[in-house]
Design a binder for this molecule. Structure first.
Ligand SMILES: *Cc1c(COP(=O)(O)O)cnc(C)c1O
Length: 404
């Protein structure tokens, strides 16, 4: 290690987050590379048998095998952990891999899991189609009704799971309030922080026990690769690590490198996404064809004061309904646009648009969709980094296609 690197490492914890997102990483290799290297190797060699035994038996810290650890993945974990204020971080092959690993590590047959209705569609499918088979009891609760969570916690629950803001209805969970209830009832609180990222919201500092990320979204930022992460106290992340290593839902070194690069611009991107989404949301609110606009930056959001306490800005995702609109109207809007990409991803520099009821949430039962507040006339836009004027023009093309 160069002396300069050693001096920087000793003061990195005092640097601002913008700087940490660029400068925190593992050790530079003897090749003196500037950008972090990608270690594309499935295993690692040892100089002698005793050193190998020490790594396998005593966990000496030397890398063994890429399912267990990899220096590029470790660099990503170190950087994200600093940004989230977490003691430990473990990376996974996808966001769903992070959710699967967390539930596998912390729950067992007979445990009760409380889950917000406002979670990612695949998260709900995972618990309803698979964990129920293994004897987990799942109770779905409104993201905005803390009293309902308190009543549910009167019976023992192992884990409470939420996502905030919710997708695509932009309901906000009061993390601090829920964390206090969970702590009083000895229940782990897991928060999916995908929509906000540590730049806009810090669930651990609000009392959550574990954070989930789909790195696929804003941490990458350019829609290239899949990945996920679990963060929190070491004793809570350790069983997750153990599952990931045995279960094999490991992040690849190449993807970790993409996310490392993504984190370097995360701060500037999240603020830009928020500004542009706010401008588009305000414009949408003025349009005669629009019923309701759901965006966490708007004054009209029913949870505005909670938003101001908990989040630094509204992020990039908004949804809106077409006044008196049907599924056909929503599809006509989508089909008439051409700049916004018709795709389900979000967190990309490219703006995406979709009809949640027939895409991201299309496989859920009608009753679940209704419970989640996802109506047939709802459209979701994940605002990228294009000019707002161009996005408005694209929406105008969409509205022009409506026949009423
Ligand atoms: C996309 C997403 C996930 C799942 O992540 P993948 O990387 O697609 O597996 C989980 N939670 C939220 C909020 C998401 O948007």
């Amino acid at each position: 290690m160069m002396d300069r690197d050693r001096r920087l490492a000793s003061l990195v914890s005092a640097l601002s987050e913008e700087t940490q997102a660029i400068r925190v990483s593992g050790d530079r290799s003897p090749e003196r590379e500037h950008s972090e290297p990608i270690f594309t190797t499935s295993s690692f060699v040892f100089p002698d048998a005793a050193t190998m035994a020490d790594a396998f038996v005593n966990n000496s810290g030397l890398s063994i095998y890429a399912r267990v650890d990899n220096p590029t993945v470790d660099s990503f974990c170190q950087r994200l952990a600093v940004l989230e204020g977490a003691e430990a971080c473990e990376a996974t092959a996808s966001g769903m891999g992070a959710i699967l690993s967390t539930l596998m590590a912390h729950c067992q047959t007979g445990d009760r899991v409380l889950m917000s209705t406002g979670v990612f569609g695949a998260t709900l499918n995972l618990v309803k189609n698979f964990f129920i088979k293994y004897g987990l009891e799942i109770e779905l609760l409104s993201p905005t009704d803390l009293d309902a969570w308190e009543r549910a916690l009167a019976r023992p629950a192992k884990l409470a799971y939420c996502e905030t803001p919710s997708n695509p209805t932009i309901d906000i969970v009061d993390i601090e309030g829920l964390a206090a209830l969970c702590r009083a009832h000895d229940c782990l609180l897991v928060v999916d922080n995908c929509f906000m990222t540590p730049v806009l919201q810090k669930p651990l500092s609000l009392g959550a026990d574990l954070i989930i990320h789909s790195a696929t979204k804003y941490l990458d930022g350019q829609g290239r690769v899949l990945g996920g992460a679990v963060l929190g106290r070491s004793d809570l992340v350790e069983p997750v690590t153990s599952f990931i290593r045995s279960g094999g839902v490991t992040m690849s070194a190449f993807n970790a490198w993409i996310f490392l690069k993504g984190l370097e611009t995360l701060d500037i991107r999240m603020h830009a996404h928020s500004q542009k989404a706010m401008a588009l949301a305000q414009w949408l609110e003025q349009q005669p064809q629009v019923g309701r606009v759901n965006y966490a930056g708007l004054h009209s959001h029913p949870q505005k004061s909670l938003i101001d306490r908990q989040m630094k800005a509204g992020g990039g995702v908004l949804s809106f309904t077409l006044k008196n609109g049907s599924r056909e109207d929503a599809w006509a809007f989508l089909n008439a646009t051409c700049l916004m990409s018709l795709t389900a991803n979000l967190g990309d520099v490219k703006t995406t648009v979709c009809h949640p009821a027939t895409s991201t949430h299309g496989r859920l039962d009608d009753s679940d969709r209704e419970l989640m507040g996802i109506s047939e006339n709802m459209i979701r836009i994940a605002v990228g980094l294009e000019s707002v004027d161009d996005l408005i023009e694209d929406c105008e093309r969409g509205f022009a296609a409506l026949t009423y």
